[in-house]
Design a protein around this ligand. Structure first.
Ligand SMILES: C[S@@+](CC[C@H](N)C(=O)[O-])C[C@H]1O[C@@H](n2cnc3c(N)ncnc32)[C@H](O)[C@@H]1O
Length: 157
């Protein structure tokens, strides 16, 4: 299985990008992990929130291949402990999925079409984080998950 983290808009902060790079590099030891950024929409001033979500949704759906399993990161999703999340990753690997795509929404979240396409929703917290910050949190949690699966001394309960 490969894992792709799909997100909208370049990471603005070089400090944040550096940290993401650290965990992304470490992850290559365990799994083929890729981050793909969909460029920000231009000229959004005249778009309603709904229109922006729909346009972003179209771009997102174009990026998926028919065999991908799409999981959304969403405040209203299911919450996991890090150990539960590591077990979740193991289950996905056992299920024969070719590519697991984790998706981060834009400033207003996801369109209905994207929700309909997804097979699950994961929440990091009931609080809302910026779409840029969650990239780091998710990448670190995937890394943490693999160190747990390998019994490596990174995670402490
Ligand atoms: C600024 S938030 C969008 C908030 C918007 N109100 C919504 O309903 O999704 C941008 C993206 O960051 C991610 N995100 C933010 N907080 C999150 C959380 N607590 N758990 C999971 N994902 C989160 C989601 O992918 C979300 O679409």
């Amino acid at each position: 299985m490969t894992i792709k983290l799909l997100a909208i808009g370049k990471t603005d902060s070089s400090e944040l990008q550096e940290l993401i790079d650290v965990y992304q590099k470490r992850l290559q030891h365990y799994i083929n992990f890729e981050i793909e950024i969909i460029p920000d929409l231009r000229k959004t001033k005249n778009l309603s929130e709904e229109q922006q979500k729909n346009k972003e949704g179209e771009l997102i759906l174009k990026k998926l291949s028919p065999t991908d399993a799409l999981i959304l990161f969403d405040e209203k999703g299911k919450q996991y402990t890090s150990i539960e999340f590591s077990q979740y990753l193991q289950k996905k690997m056992n299920s024969g999925i070719k590519q697991l795509v984790f998706l981060i929404g834009g400033p207003y979240g996801f369109s209905n079409e994207v929700y309909n396409k997804a097979s699950g929703k994961i929440s990091l917290s009931k609080m809302t984080f910026s779409h840029q910050m969650v990239r780091l949190f998710i990448t670190e949690q995937i890394y943490r998950g693999y160190t747990i699966l390998k019994n490596e001394p990174y995670h402490h309960n």
